[in-house]
Structures are given as structure tokens and as C-alpha cells.
Ligand binder design. Structure first.
Ligand code: AHR
Length: 496
């Protein structure tokens, strides 16, 4: 075991909560995410479903405690006209999904279908509005359609379509990747457009306000954040987004399975870059918003590799190995530790796309290693952050190094402390001596996710190849917690 040290402030600051919305997910009309993923159709007799939504997916996501779900995109959102997806299904027009495979969609999954599905999941919807090929009126109508309780043209239409009560959608994205697929805009132009759109994304219910999220920077485009923070009045914005994928090279992403040591290192380097990105983007936000009114919303993150051989390149279908579990563990530790500004995040994506938590094949469904990490870490949702500081050993490939161990901790409303640790070193075990300040714990229990090889994944034939197990490698002695982490492992401990 390589030796590491850490400190844990077990008192914390009760004002510093890890928002459950950091554990959000994303469902785009892309490949088999919606059609053939979440949604299999009302008349499907082979796959048990509720109004066309797979029951097994709903059950699995409920266990994950999905706090919010972003829809309908992504790039797709800026081509989507929501009125195409309401009313009798047989009368809905078809559309072509021009960003993702050029496939024709029949719009059988629309606003009602999505919002009712969120109710089944117990998740808050996060609607991404179209500000590239759409109109201000169209987006403003969407808000009125889903949120207005009284008499209005849009609430009348909603009632005609079978829904009396509004859904009260709080989270609204205004455009997506406006610097790219969302219109190739300059930040100054986008900021102006945003101001106009945000004015009409208004709280029809006066029920505590909407949470409007501006389309944010592409990774290290700090100028984008600077221009938005400078030019958008704080009265019009609640969140600014950031998109960052753990990608080796956009032109040579490498295989999902059978990756080399160097490719593994490059992926983890890109994943850990999230720390620097958050530090630099939040430093800019601090300058314009020292009161922390505006949240940083990382509404797309995760690993992105070449698609599985033989699958449609436009569908972004990839398997999910222990490498993805490492991305998830390390990234969630970063988000938790930055919960003063990072209030929301969305893993891309939930089902059958990119770093999915669920994969399906006809009636079969599997949970990925990433699912298990998200499930283990959900104990941090809405808990008080307990600051942790890790002095980690390096994990080295060639002449480059990364810290092997990352950690975060929190105290929940029952007073139970949880510590999550990730060792991304694929070869070396790590021992961590955590010096605890401010509490005397009597017991420690835990679970671990690891496997025989970093290349391992769950298959439809062996769905439980990788799953959390009880962990016996943590010991308490006085005010020291000693944890023995095997190579490429994620551990979550409960301290009482
Ligand atoms: O998640 C897949 C795509 O990645 C999204 O549609 C887009 O916003 C991003 O480029």
C-alpha cells in the first residue's frame, strides 16, 4: 500500500449543503435514450411499462434517487418545437433528428410523457428551451403551458390534452451549447439574446421563482463565462452552465473497451481537469457575483469514447467499464467539495448514451458500474459538507502524474457521516490515514466497488459482474480513520 494522509473536519458548516441536484441526469432524444430506452410505447406487450415508460428503468432510477432530469437535449433541444409533441399521438407530426443520426421521430414522447415520467421517478424536470430555431413566444408559451394554474390560452390547451394541474417546472435551460450546435453564437450576442428570452421565461404561478440556466462554456472557454456574468443582470439568471466531457482527443477518442494504460491515464487527466475548470470558472463568477446568487450548473459531464463497433455512429452508444466508475467517483468528489457554487450537475446521459447508468437490449436491462457509484454516493444528497483535505500519492504513466486518491465527506440530517474515497490508480493499492477533527466516532461500515480488471463491465449475460460489496478495509483508532483502498476502487463509508 502506498501511504496517504487526509484531514476531516467533522463539524462542517451547516450553511454548506451538497445540493441533491448535483446528482442529476440527462435524457436527450439521441440514439436509444428515449425511443427504445426509457420509452417503449404504450402498446408494448413484451416489456412491462407505465404509459409506455419501462417499469424496470423507473424502479432502478428511483433507487438512485434521481433528483432532476434534463430533457429534450442537448443539441436536439435547439431543433425541438414542443407543440409538435402534444395532443393525440396519431396526429403529431414527424420530425427528423438532424443532429443524431438523421432518424425520423414520430413525436410520441412529448411534454406530457416526459413530465409524467418525472412524476413516476420522483425527479424534478429540467426543460431545455429552444433559443436557436425557436422563438421567444414559443418558449414563453411552454412555460405557461406547463406551469400556469389559472385560465389562459396555454393552460386551456393543456387541459384539453388531459392535464388539469400544472407541473410547476422550476428548472429551465435557455439554449444549449450556444457557442456550437445551439447556433454558433458569439458570447456577447448570446448574452443579449439570453436577456430577451429570460425576460419571458416568467413564473406564472408566483410560486417561488423559476431557475433559469444560461448555456455555459465549453470546458476552458473562460471568456464565455466572463462575458455572460458581466452582461446578464442577476435578476435574470439563476444558473450558468458548464459542459466538460472526459475525452482523450475529439478526433481520436479511443475505444470504450480494451483501452491502453496511456488511454486510461488520458481519460482520467481529462476527468480530473474538472477541478481546475471549476476553480477558474467560479473565480470569474466570484468577481461578478460575490453573493453567490448564480449557481454553476455542470449540466453535461462524463466519459466520451468511440461508439461500440457496429453501432450507429450518431447514436453514441458505449459500454461502461470500471474506468467510468473512476470518472464518476472522482468527479462527484470534486462537485461535493465545490458545493458552495456547484449546485447542480447532469451526467451525460442516463440510458444507452455516453456514460450511461442503464443499458438496455430489447427486454433486458443492466446497471453499469457508473450506476453503482451514483447509488453509493447518493448518501451525500442534501447533506452538510464536511471539508476534507487529501495529500495523495501520485499515479504515474510515462512522465505524467495525477493524484491517485480523492475524497469528500458529509453529515446527513440524522447526524450520520459519510466519506467517499476513490483510488484511480489501476495498479497500486492506497492506504489513507484520515485525521478526524471535531467528532468521536464509534463505528465504521462501508461498501466498495471494484473488480478484477479496470477493463471489466457488466453484460446482459452477466449483469452482476460488478456490484457493490461490503467493505472491511476501514478501521477507527482514536481520532484516526484508516482506509485500505485496492487499486481502481470506490469506497463509501458510514461513520457513527
Ligand atoms: O450529450 C451529447 C451532446 O453533447 C449534447 O447533445 C450536446 O449538448 C453535447 O455536445
Amino acid at each position: 500500500y502506498a501511504q496517504n494522509t487526509a484531514t476531516l473536519n467533522a463539524q462542517g458548516d451547516s450553511n454548506l449543503k451538497i445540493s441533491r441536484h448535483i446528482y442529476g441526469h440527462f435524457a436527450e432524444h439521441l440514439g436509444r435514450s428515449i425511443y427504445g430506452g426509457f420509452y417503449v410505447g404504450e402498446d408494448n406487450t413484451k416489456i412491462p411499462n407505465t404509459n409506455g415508460v419501462r417499469n424496470d428503468i423507473v424502479e432502478a432510477l428511483k433507487k438512485l434517487k434521481v433528483p432532476n432530469l434534463r430533457w429534450p437535449g442537448g443539441c436536439f433541444a435547439d431543433t425541438y418545437h414542443w407543440k409538435d409533441g402534444i395532443g393525440p399521438k396519431e396526429q403529431r407530426p414527424t420530425i427528423v433528428n438532424s443532429w443524431w443520426g438523421g432518424v425520423t421521430e414520430n413525436n410520441s414522447f412529448g411534454t406530457h410523457d416526459f413530465l409524467n415520467m418525472c412524476e413516476l421517478l420522483g425527479a424534478e424536470p429540467y426543460l431545455a428551451g429552444n433559443m436557436a430555431t425557436g422563438q421567444v413566444q414559443e418558449l414563453s408559451d411552454w412555460v405557461q403551458y406547463v406551469n400556469f394554474a389559472g385560465e389562459s390560452p396555454m393552460s386551456k390547451l393543456r387541459r384539453e390534452n388531459g392535464r388539469d394541474e400544472p407541473w410547476n417546472v422550476k428548472f429551465w435551460g435557455i439554449g444549449n451549447e450556444a457557442w456550437g450546435c445551439g447556433g454558433n453564437m458569439a458570447p456577447e450576442y448570446y448574452a443579449n439574446e439570453y436577456r430577451k428570452y429570460a425576460t419571458f421565461v416568467s413564473d406564472w404561478n408566483n410560486s417561488g421563482g423559476l431557475f433559469r440556466i444560461a448555456s455555459g462554456a465549453n470546458s476552458a472557454d473562460y471568456n464565455w463565462t466572463e462575458v455572460l456574468m458581466k452582461n446578464i443582470p442577476k435578476s435574470l439568471i439563476e444558473g450558468v452552465a458548464l459542459h466538460h466531457y472526459s475525452v482523450i482527443d475529439w478526433n481520436k477518442k479511443g475505444p470504450t473497451r480494451g483501452f491502453s494504460d496511456e488511454q486510461y491515464f488520458a481519460t482520467m487527466k481529462s476527468a480530473l481537469f474538472m477541478e481546475e475548470l471549476i476553480n477558474k470558472h467560479t473565480a470569474i463568477m466570484e468577481k461578478y457575483d460575490p453573493e453567490h446568487k448564480v449557481a454553476l450548473v455542470v449540466d453535461e459531464w462524463g466519459g466520451w469514447y468511440d461508439v461500440e463497433p457496429g453501432t450507429n455512429p450518431g447514436f453514441l452508444y458505449q459500454q461502461n467499464t470500471m474506468r467510468d466508475a473512476m470518472i464518476a467517483g472522482a468527479t462527484l468528489n470534486i462537485f461535493n467539495n465545490h458545493c458552495d457554487r456547484v449546485k447542480m450537475a447532469n451526467l451525460a446521459q442516463a440510458v444507452n448514451v455516453l456514460q450511461a447508468v442503464i443499458l438496455t437490449d430489447e427486454e433486458k436491462m443492466i446497471l453499469t458500474p457508473t450506476y453503482h457509484v451514483m447509488e453509493m454516493y447518493n448518501v451525500h444528497q442534501d447533506a452538510t459538507l464536511l471539508p476534507m483535505n487529501v495529500k495523495s500519492e501520485n499515479f504515474t504513466v510515462g512522465n505524467e502524474s495525477l493524484p491517485a486518491v480523492s475524497a469528500s465527506a458529509s453529515k446527513d440530517n440524522k447526524g450520520v457521516t459519510h466519506v467517499s474515497l476513490t483510488n484511480i490508480d489501476p495498479k497500486k493499492a492506497q492506504e489513507v490515514a484520515v485525521n478526524i477533527d471535531g467528532a468521536k466516532y464509534k463505528s465504521v461500515n462501508g461498501r466498495i466497488l471494484t473488480s478484477k480488471s479496470i477493463q471489466d463491465y457488466n453484460t446482459f449475460e452477466k449483469p452482476d459482474n460488478i456490484k457493490p460489496e461490503n467493505f472491511k478495509g476501514a478501521k477507527l483508532k482514536g481520532n484516526t480513520l484508516n482506509v485500505k483502498l485496492p487499486p481502481f476502487s470506490v469506497v463509501v463509508l458510514e461513520l457513527k
